[in-house]
Structure formats: structure tokens, C-alpha cells
Design a protein around this ligand. Structure first.
Ligand code: ZEM
Length: 295
């Protein structure tokens, strides 16, 4: 069997149907969020999958989603990961029902599930990540710093192997979720529908007037009209940097194009750091949404 669980090798080779069962269990937990945030754990699961993948460095081939090293200190305590214990604890409940899945596969499947169930595009995904050790963790500072500018984003995302178009497409994930003062220090959602993936993030960047918020917290922008939405400094550079702006305009004008490019970039993101030999299939799978299975 190509899949290792961290426990003794199980005499069991999971099929696509087995992973679909895991997906379906994640859906149950995502929807059973009660009063948490906007009524869904979807956004924080997307953030967990992203932060477990976005540590990748293409030069040294270190970091990425392979070993799920955020389970260990000090990575679990890196400032960028504040609040992700919520997502890891939720995924732990799924892991208890499906102990054969690796944490890296579980967390990335959680991100795929969350995006698809929040009306996003299909994210091709395949299993093969293995559980690693604290020694596989990367140093702090590999994830982007929201207070910085266009060149910082290039430095961070080029290191992962992405280009300007992909930086802009990936940033569209901020249509989802919100900032929490007790996690990042920033406050508020980017869009009016934080549990549905749309291209509104780009539309709002162009259509609203963004002004610096007057408060004691970190530098962030708010929309002048309602003062209920926010943009990070790194979001705003998508409309001030000439190269980024052209892609942001295209995504604001065409949600299908955004979905197509977002799907491709996220699928690549979630596979960073996994050696080719580990994949259990050469072609990534499209997991079925809850709705498709009920139809
Ligand atoms: Zn985020 N992100 N991110 N992001 N992110 C936050 C929240 C979420 C940056 C960033 O500093 C922050 C990507 C890229 C970048 C999500 C997905 C993706 C927060 C708020 C910050 C500060 C955290 C909090 O307080 O809870 C920066 C600088 C980025 C560089 C471009 C990419 C790429 C993502 C996925 C593909 C999501 C879904 C959230 C919302 C989490 C939640 O709990 O609601």
C-alpha cells in the first residue's frame, strides 16, 4: 500500500470511494458549526490547507503539505498559524473515524471539500502525503505578511513556484472568511458573503472606495460606504501594482475565468512538497459535492 498512516501499516488500500467517505464526513462537521463565525468552518479549513502547503521552497524542496508538520511545536505556534487549532481540532475528529488517512491528505482534502461546498469550482486532488516529524518543519517566516507590499508577495509566492497571475488568483480565496482580532490582529470580512466563493473580492477592490481604518489595530483598509468590509495591505496591492491589476480586472469581469485559474492554482498549491513517487494515482480526482451525490 502506498498510503502510510503513521501507525503500523494497515492491510488496507483505500480507494477513491473511501476518500469520498472522508469528504462526506468533513461536510457534516463543516455544516455543524452552530454560532461559530458566519455559521461555517469552511473558511478556516481552507486557511489550514493553505498554511500547511504555503511553506514550500522550490529551491530546497522543503515545506509544503507532505508532512503536516503544523501538528508540532514550534510551527503550531508560529504567529501566522494563530487560530488554526480550531481547524486542526475539527480535522482530528475526522481522523478518529478514518485513522488510515495521513494528516496531510486530510487537511488538503478539508480545503478541497470546503471550497467545493462553498460553491467554488472543483479542485482536482489526490492522496499520497505521509505523516512526518517535527524535524521536517520549516522555520517561521515562510508565509506572507499582510502588512507588506507587492514585492514581498512576489518573494514569498515565487519561492513556492507561482507567478503574478497565480498570486492574484490565489488571493481570491479572501472572498471567504474573515480576520479575527485575537488571531491576526486584523478585523472583519472581505465580502458580504464570506461562506460562498465568488469573484466579489475583485469586484469590491475596484468598485468600492478603500480608506485606511482609524483604529489601534494593524494597518488595514475599510470600504468608505459601509465600513463593514476590509482589505489587507497585501490585498490592496492587487489594484495598485500594474502587473497584478490586469489579472485582478480580468477576474472581476469574469467569474468563470477566476474559477478556472483558482482551481488550477489551488490544486498545485495543495500538492507542493509531495514527491512524485508518493502519489497513488497519476491523474488527480474530482471529489463529488454533497449536492451531486444527492441528485
Ligand atoms: Zn489568507 N489571510 N492570506 N489566504 N486566508 C487570512 C484569512 C484567510 C494572507 C493573510 O495574511 C491572511 C491566502 C493568502 C494570504 C484564507 C485563504 C488564503 C487572515 C486573517 C490573514 C491576516 C486570519 C484571521 O485573523 O483569522 C496573506 C498576506 C496572503 C497573501 C496573499 C491564500 C493563498 C489563501 C487560500 C488559497 C482564508 C480562507 C481566510 C479566512 C479564514 C477564516 O478563519 O475565516
Amino acid at each position: 500500500s502506498g498510503v502510510q498512516s503513521g501507525k503500523a501499516a494497515l492491510n488496507f488500500t483505500p480507494t477513491k470511494e473511501d476518500y469520498q467517505k472522508v469528504y462526506n464526513k468533513i461536510v457534516e462537521f463543516v455544516e455543524d458549526a452552530g454560532d461559530y463565525d458566519d455559521g461555517s468552518y469552511g473558511p478556516v479549513l481552507v486557511r489550514l490547507a493553505w498554511h500547511s502547503s504555503g511553506t514550500y521552497d522550490k529551491e530546497t524542496k522543503t515545506g509544503g503539505s507532505n508532512y503536516a508538520t503544523m501538528r508540532f511545536e514550534p510551527e503550531s505556534n508560529h504567529g501566522a498559524n494563530a487560530g488554526l487549532n480550531v481547524a486542526r481540532d475539527l480535522m482530528e475528529k475526522v481522523k478518529q473515524e478514518f485513522p488510515w488517512i495521513s494528516y496531510g491528505d486530510l487537511w488538503t482534502l478539508g480545503g478541497v471539500c470546503a471550497i467545493q461546498e462553498m460553491s467554488g469550482p472543483k479542485i482536482p486532488w489526490r492522496p499520497g502525503r505521509i505523516d512526518g516529524f517535527a524535524a521536517n518543519a520549516t522555520p517561521d517566516g515562510r508565509l506572507p505578511d499582510a502588512t507588506q507590499g507587492a514585492d514581498h508577495l512576489r518573494h514569498i509566492f515565487y519561492r513556492m513556484g507561482f507567478n503574478d497571475q497565480e498570486i492574484v488568483a490565489l488571493s481570491g480565496a479572501h472572498a471567504l472568511g474573515r480576520c479575527h482580532p485575537d488571531r491576526s490582529g486584523f478585523d472583519g470580512p472581505w465580502t458580504f458573503s464570506p461562506t460562498t466563493l465568488t469573484n466579489d473580492y475583485y469586484k469590491l477592490l475596484f468598485d468600492e472606495k478603500w480608506v485606511w481604518k482609524k483604529w489601534n489595530g494593524p494597518k488595514q483598509l475599510e470600504d468608505k460606504k459601509t465600513r463593514s468590509l476590509m482589505m489587507l495591505p497585501t490585498d490592496y496591492v492587487l489594484v495598485t501594482d500594474k502587473s497584478y491589476k490586469k489579472f485582478a480586472r480580468a477576474y472581476a469581469d469574469n467569474q468563470d475565468l477566476f474559477f478556472k485559474d483558482f482551481s488550477a492554482a489551488v490544486s498545485t498549491l495543495f500538492e507542493l512538497g509531495v514527491p512524485e513517487s508518493q502519489w497513488v494515482t497519476s491523474e488527480p480526482w474530482e471529489m463529488k459535492t454533497k449536492d451531486e451525490q444527492e441528485a
